[in-house]
Design a protein around this ligand. Structure first.
Ligand SMILES: [Zn+2]
Length: 427
């Protein structure tokens, strides 16, 4: 989807539907705006159901202050205007009160975005604005002054969060990623000490070697075309279940001995299409397309493991909570977890970058899933359904274990029961 070709009203409604649909705002809370080339500010209305907004509900405030539209503009219009004045590089603003970020704002703590490289790259440093009355000029001044320091994300004390960007998708991605960090951090706190990435470690995630040489496919086989649709389905399901964010999560699937398909770099997961998927054949990439930066790792895995037909990496909050604390994700909990996942080792940060040979050597039929320290969970399977099932089971198991800590002590399955499972299902 060419999101930036939609008129401002439709862009705003589309993003508000995403925010409301994924439980990141309430019927009454939150507001979005877009500044267009004329200097008009398009903004959500005050007092209208956020779950049922239509393009006709969006208000336009002209540079002279005149208002066009059937409703009053959002009561937070003063801070939107103040932020645009402070940050000429911003063309869109997102504000809402998702529960995990409210929690941080009440505890008066800024969420740490250095937990995975992508989160820090998307959000940058998070600013903090002290409490002021909602809708007041004072609140507008304080938020704008914080943005003036150069941050793109500001936590509002005892209130929520505001993000800005060069377009609405960028502002939304910052908002969604910060919410992901907050949800992950809350879960991780139950487990133990959180490991933060250094600047050098974050920079390392950006060095992925030279681009693959390109080629022009002359035909597309039926298995390849079928797999393109299946990859999109898996990505959309993972996104809808919040196992991926709009900027993170990679899926690939083997087409034959010499080729595989992989998701592209920098395409919003929600809007992924079959023509975005990149074909890799004999170490070359389909021309005019940019594969995921993890393409070399996936290439190594398919070459070294003929039994692997699909690979997924994703940032699911509960599994990621394990990856940032280094706590052992113990699958000896229920038979399903152990049968589907086996033991899940934690791979030291950095092994997934470059060719990934050391990481590849750790995978086997007995180790189909690994946690990548401060990054993601990586699942493999003979096909996409198996790799995706492993992702879901891993996230469910991680969430169940974290919940267990709130109600009692985790009691693993005993060695004898484990041996029985091994004999019946895994031998
Ligand atoms: Zn608010």
């Amino acid at each position: 989807m060419k999101f930036d070709l939609l008129p401002p009203r439709e862009r705003i409604v589309t993003i508000m539907q995403r925010i409301y649909g994924y439980s990141m705002t309430t019927t009454s809370g939150g507001n979005l705006s877009v500044l267009d080339d004329n200097g008009d500010i398009w903004i959500t209305p005050a007092g209208i159901d956020k779950g049922a907004l239509t393009p006709g509900d969006i208000i336009c405030v002209r540079p002279d202050g005149s208002i066009q539209g059937p409703h009053r503009p959002s009561s937070e219009y003063p801070f939107h205007r103040a932020i645009y004045a402070a940050r000429p590089d911003f063309r869109a603003i997102v504000h809402a009160h998702p529960p995990a970020l409210i929690a941080f704002s009440i505890a008066r703590q800024v969420p740490n975005t250095r937990i995975i490289p992508q989160a820090h790259l998307v959000c940058g440093t998070v600013g903090y604005a002290s409490y002021a009355l909602p809708g007041s000029q004072t609140l507008g001044r304080m938020i704008a002054a914080t943005f003036e320091e150069g941050v793109d994300v500001v936590l509002l004390e005892n209130h929520g969060v505001v993000t800005g960007g060069a377009d609405l998708l960028k502002a939304f991605q910052r908002f969604e990623t910060l919410d992901f960090c907050a949800r992950t951090l809350i879960q991780a706190r139950t487990l133990g000490e959180i490991r933060s990435l250094t600047e050098e470690e974050i920079a390392r995630s950006q060095e992925r070697g030279k681009k693959l040489p390109k080629f022009r496919p002359t035909s597309h086989s039926t298995p390849e075309l079928t797999l393109r649709g299946k990859i999109c389905d898996v990505v959309h399901r993972a996104y809808d279940q919040r196992l991926m964010t709009s900027t993170e999560g990679t899926v690939s699937a083997r087409v034959d001995e010499a080729s595989f398909l992989i998701t592209p770099f920098d395409v919003d997961r929600k809007y992924l299409n079959i023509d975005d998927i990149v074909l890799i054949r004999e170490g070359r990439r389909e021309r005019r397309k940019r594969p995921s930066r993890a393409v070399r790792l996936h290439m190594t895995l398919y070459r070294a493991h003929p039994e692997i037909g699909a690979v997924i990496t994703a940032q699911c909050p509960s599994a990621t909570a394990y990856s940032i604390t280094g706590c052992r994700l113990d699958t000896r909990t229920i038979p399903e977890s152990y049968i589907v996942l086996r033991d899940i080792p934690l791979i030291p940060y950095g092994e997934q970058f470059g060719q990934g040979e050391a990481l590849s050597a750790r995978l086997s039929e007995k180790v189909p899933v690994v946690l990548l320290q401060n990054d993601a969970i990586l699942t493999t399977g003979r096909d996409l359904p198996q790799a995706f099932d492993r992702l879901e089971v891993a996230e469910f198991s991680a969430r169940a274990l974290i919940d267990t800590a709130h109600i009692g002590q985790m009691v693993p399955i005993g060695d004898e029961a484990l041996a029985e499972i091994e004999a019946k299902f895994l031998s």
